[in-house]
Design a protein around this ligand. Structure first.
Ligand code: THU
Length: 162
């Protein structure tokens, strides 16, 4: 038996104005996307913004449904939109923001497990790591690689049976 450990790195910023210049607009777009959320059931509004390697922005927000499981998280709305609009263009960064009952959340919003699975697939398709910027009113957390959010990733069946 060997004991092993994984180490993840992340950066913490006190607010989005302190982010590197090239990601300030992306953070702003995520906050704007929150306003497009359709979330009458949870009143938890989430916005996701993607910056693609071609310089384009893609936005998504959570879209709920009276049949609860039919709704979709903001992150996957954005990622699937990017896959449809610009297939095979790598993602450079994703920013996520949220509000509850109209008030911006204090702590950074971290993507759910299902979204992380889709995020890693997008990263694999793009063949390069991308940043995830998780925005809260108190602080903003940045990881440089989706893998940091999903260790021991399931990627595809051929990998699993190697
Ligand atoms: N939600 C997202 O859109 N992204 C996340 O990362 C977490 C959760 C949505 C799903 C649902 O519409 C609402 O937030 C409450 O869970």
């Amino acid at each position: 038996m060997k004991r092993k450990s994984l180490n993840i790195q992340y950066k913490e910023y006190s607010n989005t104005n302190d982010l590197p210049e090239e990601y300030k607009l992306l953070a702003q777009k995520a906050k704007e996307a929150v306003k497009t959320s359709y979330s009458p059931y949870s009143e938890f509004a989430v916005g996701a913004a993607l910056l693609l390697e071609n310089g384009e922005f893609i936005l998504g927000s959570n879209q709920e449904n009276g049949a609860y499981p039919s709704g979709l998280c903001a992150e996957r709305v954005a990622l699937f939109c990017a896959g449809t609009t610009y297939p095979n263009v790598p993602v450079d960064a994703m920013a996520i923001a949220a509000s509850y009952k109209g008030v911006a959340v204090a702590e950074p919003i971290a993507p759910c497990g299902a979204c992380r699975q889709v995020m890693i697939e997008t990263q694999n398709i793009g063949k390069r790591p991308y940043k995830v910027i998780m925005i809260g009113a108190n602080k903003t957390v940045v990881v440089d690689n989706v893998s940091f959010l999903l260790p021991f990733t399931f990627s595809d069946i051929s990998n699993a049976v190697k």
